[in-house]
Design a binder for this molecule. Structure first.
Ligand code: BYC
Length: 480
C-alpha cells in the first residue's frame, strides 16, 4: 500500500499498515465499541440517524484527500491517518538537533511525550461534548452540516492520539485511551483537562467564536507538535492540520456572515450608531458591541490554553526535541535557544511590562504571541466587512492581561486595554467587557432552528459558496 492511500478493508481505515500490526489492531478494535458508545451518548444530540453530507479522508495526498457523500455519523469512517513520511527526516531543534528523527519513543522522554499526547487527545472529545446540543438550533442545513463535519473530525483527531498511545505506550497507553472516553466536559468530578474545554458552548455565536479562537489554538499547538522529533507524532499532526483549516474557516466565515447580516439590517433601517444596542436588537440581529464581548470572552479563555508564560515544561519539551515552535523549520536561529532571550509581558511593581527572559523558558509566551498575530489577521477581515458597509465600528482583540485564569495575569484584574482594576472596579465593569445574562438571553432568543433547504435564520447571511460547490438549495442534512 502506498502511504498516501487509505486501506478501507477493515473496521478502521488507515495508512499505517494496521492489518499487519495485530497487537495494535486488536487494541484499537477493543477500544472501538467504547468510542461508539461515547459518540452516541455525548456526540450530536438528536441527529445520529440523519444523513449528513460529509467529507471523509480517502487519502493523505494534499492534492486530493477527501470524498463527499451522505453518511450517518455513527457510520463515519474514523481512521488512523498519517501524512506521508519525509525521507531521511532529522530532528530540527533542541539538544538532539541534527540526529535522525525517532521512529520509536526514546525511553527517557516517555512520560513527557505521553502527557503531551493525553492533553492533546483530551481536547478533541471535549469539544464534541461542548457542542452536542447545538444541532437543535442550527440557523441552516449548511451550518448544521458544518457543525457535524467539525464534530466527526474532532472524533477522528481523538483516534489519531489514541493510535499513538496504543502503539507506543503499551498498558499505560491503553489505560490513557480508556480514560479519554471517561472524562466529561464541565463535569465537576471528572472534568476535561484544560479550562476552556469545560466551558459551555450554548449558542451558535459561541460556536463560531470557539472555532475561530480555540480551534486556532489547536492549529498553533499542532504546528508545534508537527515539528516533533518523534516522527509518528509529527506525521499525525501534519495530517490533522489539513482538517483543522476547515474548522477555522467555519468560525471565521460564521462570524463574518453574522456581521454582514447585522450591517445590512442596520443600513436598511437607517441606523448608523452601532452602539444603539436596543435599536439594532429590535431588528432581530446581533449588535456589534455584543460580538465584541463574545470575542473578548473566547480570546481570553483561549489564551489560558497556552499555559504559563514562563514554563519549565515547555523548555524541557523543546530541549528534548518533542515540541518545537510555530513553524520551527522556517525560523533562522540556532534552534537550541540555550543563550538567547525573549521578551515576556510580566507584572512588575504593579505595571505590565516586557522583561527579557531566557528564550527556552519563554516558549509558551512565544507561541501565544504567534497566535495573537494569527488572530489579528482574521479579525482584520471581519473589520473590513464592517467598513465596507460604512459603519464606524472596529472589533479589537483585548489586551492579553484581560480576564485571565492561568499565568502571569491570573491574580489581577485588567480591562480590555490592559489597565489594572481593583476587585470592586472589575465587578462593576465586568458586564461592559464580557457577555451579561441579558446579552446571553438575547442571543438565546434568536436561536430558532431553520431546517428548510436554502433558508437561513434572519440573524446570519447565507455563505458566498456552498460546500463542495453545491448550489444554495442543496440538502446538506437529510434529517431523520
Ligand atoms: N488549564 O508549565 P505550564 C485543540 C497546567 S487545542 C489547566 O505552564 P505547559 C482543539 C499544566 O498542565 C490544543 N491546567 O504548562 C481546539 C501544568 O500542570 P502539571 C490542545 C493548565 O505544559 C479546539 C501546570 O499547569 N493541545 O487541539 O508548559 C477543538 C504548569 O503549567 C493549563 C495542546 O495543548 C490550562 N489552561 O503548557 C478541539 C498541546 N495550562 O503537569 C481541539 C499539548 C497549564 O504541572 N499541551 N496548565 O500538573 C501542551 O503543550 C501543554 O501542556 C500546555 C500547557 C500548552 C497545555
Amino acid at each position: 500500500m502506498n502511504s498516501v492511500d487509505v486501506d478501507y478493508d477493515g473496521l478502521i481505515p488507515n495508512n499505517v499498515g494496521l492489518g499487519a500490526d495485530v497487537r495494535v489492531k486488536h487494541a484499537l478494535e477493543k477500544w472501538h465499541p467504547g468510542y461508539i458508545n461515547w459518540w452516541k451518548d455525548m456526540g450530536p444530540e438528536g441527529f445520529q440517524e440523519s444523513l449528513v453530507y460529509l467529507r471523509t479522508a480517502v487519502s493523505v495526498d494534499p492534492k486530493g484527500w477527501a470524498k463527499f457523500d451522505y453518511v450517518r455519523m455513527p457510520d463515519y469512517r474514523w481512521g488512523v491517518l498519517l501524512a506521508p513520511p519525509v525521507e531521511n527526516r532529522k530532528i530540527a531543534f533542541g539538544s538532539h538537533k541534527g540526529e535522525d528523527a525517532w521512529q520509536d519513543v526514546p525511553g527517557e522522554y516517555r512520560a513527557m511525550l505521553r502527557r503531551l499526547l493525553v492533553i492533546q487527545g483530551d481536547t478533541e472529545p471535549a469539544s464534541v461534548e461542548q457542542q452536542r446540543h447545538l444541532g437543535k438550533t442550527a440557523p441552516s442545513l449548511y451550518d448544521l452540516r458544518n457543525l457535524f463535519q467539525v464534530n466527526v473530525e474532532e472524533g477522528r483527531h481523538l483516534w489519531a492520539m489514541v493510535y499513538l498511545l496504543q502503539k507506543y505506550f503499551g498498558t499505560d497507553g491503553r489505560e490513557e485511551a480508556e480514560a479519554l472516553l471517561q472524562r466529561r466536559s464541565g463535569d465537576p468530578d471528572t472534568p476535561r483537562m484544560l479550562g476552556a474545554f469545560n466551558e459551555k458552548t450554548p449558542d451558535w455565536l459561541s460556536f463560531f467564536m470557539f472555532t475561530f479562537f480555540t480551534d486556532r489554538d489547536g492549529k498553533m499547538q499542532l504546528e508545534a507538535l508537527a515539528q516533533s522529533g518523534f516522527d509518528p507524532l509529527s506525521r499525525t499532526c501534519r495530517f490533522m492540520l489539513t482538517e483543522e483549516a476547515h474548522h477555522m474557516f467555519v468560525g471565521e466565515t460564521g462570524v463574518t456572515r453574522i456581521i454582514q447580516r447585522t450591517c445590512e439590517a442596520m443600513k436598511a433601517a437607517g441606523i448608523s450608531d452601532p452602539n444603539d444596542k436596543q435599536a439594532v436588537r429590535k431588528l432581530g440581529v446581533i449588535d456589534l458591541p455584543t460580538l465584541q464581548k463574545k470575542a473578548n470572552l473566547h480570546f481570553s479563555l483561549t489564551l489560558d490554553l497556552f499555559g504559563n508564560e514562563i514554563s519549565t515544561n515547555a523548555a524541557n519539551a523543546f530541549h528534548a526535541g518533542l515540541k518545537g515552535r510555530f513553524r520551527e523549520d522556517r525560523l533562522t536561529d540556532d534552534h537550541r535557544l540555550e543563550h538567547g532571550t525573549y521578551p515576556v509581558l510580566r507584572l512588575v511593581d504593579g505595571r505590565i511590562q516586557n522583561v527579557d527572559t531566557p528564550a527556552l523558558s519563554a516558549l509558551n509566551m512565544r507561541l501565544r504571541d504567534d497566535y495573537v498575530t494569527d488572530c489579528s489577521v482574521g479579525v482584520g477581515r471581519w473589520n473590513k466587512v464592517i467598513a465596507q458597509n460604512g459603519i464606524a465600528f472596529e472589533i479589537k482583540l483585548p489586551h492579553v492581561a484581560f480576564h485571565r485564569h492561568i499565568g502571569e495575569f491570573a491574580g489581577i484584574h485588567a480591562d480590555d486595554k490592559g489597565s489594572l482594576l481593583s476587585d470592586a472596579e472589575w465587578t462593576k465593569k465586568r458586564a461592559d467587557f464580557l457577555p451579561s445574562d441579558g446579552d446571553r438571553e438575547f442571543i438565546e432568543s434568536l436561536m430558532q432552528p431553520q431546517f428548510e433547504k436554502a433558508k437561513f435564520a434572519p440573524w446570519i447571511a447565507p455563505p458566498r459558496v456552498g460546500i463542495d460547490n453545491k448550489p444554495g438549495e442543496f440538502e446538506y442534512v437529510k434529517i431523520a
